[in-house]
Design a protein around this ligand. Structure first.
Ligand code: COI
Length: 333
């Protein structure tokens, strides 16, 4: 009987893991809520493969601790693989899978909702209401249909975001290094990022983080944007130079900022800071601003997405354990 061990299973993932296990009586599935570390790796003893998700790095020591037990088949429940020491994984002969598409709608919907909320000044309005101020002025909104929405990255998520914004009546333009032939035929693409910055009222990022696009949204990029532009980052924190955004919010250049991912989020997001010293003054300042909507990397966090993440990761892992080709292998190395 094959055995799969899953790390850091949250309460909301448990039912989907159990559902999968019930549908696969030929596989023994065991799990813990603990993160995978060199110390906890031994919990997987006897397993043929592991299923994981964590923001914590998959360090050489962690990978070695798995390999020491003969475990080299690892399936991520998420997309991002930037926290895996790939050189070590290659040296140890790891096979790795991820779940590149679990629910583009979850993330695109969140981006659209938050962008619309910024345009309608909802946070300012809510704060006024909470103090008993029920006047209209000055929280007048901007309609989505009056905006040009610039989408950077036209993969699965970017494309759903485009559809949603078009549903609201916005004019959508796009930029991508890898053009989608259908979108190209329909004339969505502008020639350069500069063109997009110059035309868009809302700039939304839907690209993975790479060395080449680190801080792509910096002072220079923002300076090229329209006055009163709205910036949306539900993709990856390192894409945005947060200090540059703070400067642009201070100067009034940006109308608002949607931030679901933050360059310093590891160790801060998905933690409870109630009655504790908040560890990041810049983040606290952003959270408190009336024209900034911060969410702690929860754009993905829906029942639909979480189910797919668990089920697809287990399917991938089982395929590898049974020496079959998994659906979504990751290039190791
Ligand atoms: C990913 O899948 O890589 C994400 O960004 C969502 C994560 C927080 C589970």
């Amino acid at each position: 009987m094959s055995k799969i061990f899953a790390f850091s299973i949250r309460k909301d993932e448990e039912p989907y893991l159990k559902e999968w296990a019930a549908a696969h009586p030929e596989v023994e599935v065991d799990y813990t809520d603990q993160l995978l570390t060199p110390e906890t790796a031994k919990k997987a003893a006897g397993a043929d493969g592991v299923v994981v998700y964590q923001q914590l790095d998959y360090t050489p020591e962690t990978l070695q601790a798995l390999a020491d037990q003969g475990i080299t088949k690892m399936s991520l429940r998420n997309v991002g693989v930037d926290n895996i020491d790939m050189a070590k994984a290659k040296e140890l002969g790891f096979s790795i899978t991820n779940v590149p598409v679990y629910s583009p709608n979850a993330i695109a919907e969140h981006a659209a909702i938050q962008a619309a909320r910024i345009l309608r000044q909802s946070k300012r309005m809510d704060e006024k209401m909470a103090h008993g101020d029920l006047r209209w002025v000055p929280t007048i909104g901007r309609e989505v249909r009056d905006q040009i929405v610039g989408v950077i990255g036209t993969g699965h998520i970017g494309r759903v975001f485009m559809q949603i914004m078009e549903g609201f009546g916005a004019k959508v333009i796009a930029y991508d290094v890898f053009k989608n032939p259908e979108l190209e035929k329909q004339g969505y693409y502008v020639d350069s990022l500069d063109d997009l910055y110059q035309q868009a009222d809302v700039v939304s990022l839907h690209v993975p983080a790479m060395k080449s696009n680190y801080h792509m949204i910096d002072d220079q990029a923002i300076a090229k944007m329209k006055d009163d532009a709205v910036l949306v980052n539900v993709s990856r924190g390192p894409l945005v130079d947060t200090d540059a955004v703070v400067r642009a919010l201070d100067s009034g250049k940006l109308f608002g900022f949607v931030m679901d991912t933050y360059e310093d989020e590891v160790g801060v997001f998905n933690e409870d800071w109630t009655n504790k010293d908040f560890p990041d003054a810049r983040l606290k300042d952003l959270i408190d601003r009336p024209n900034v909507l911060v969410t702690p990397h929860t754009a993905f966090y829906t029942t639909h997405a979480v189910r797919n993440m668990v089920v697809k990761a287990l399917d991938n892992n089982l395929a590898m354990v049974e020496d079959k080709e998994p659906d979504t292998p990751v290039k190791v190395g």
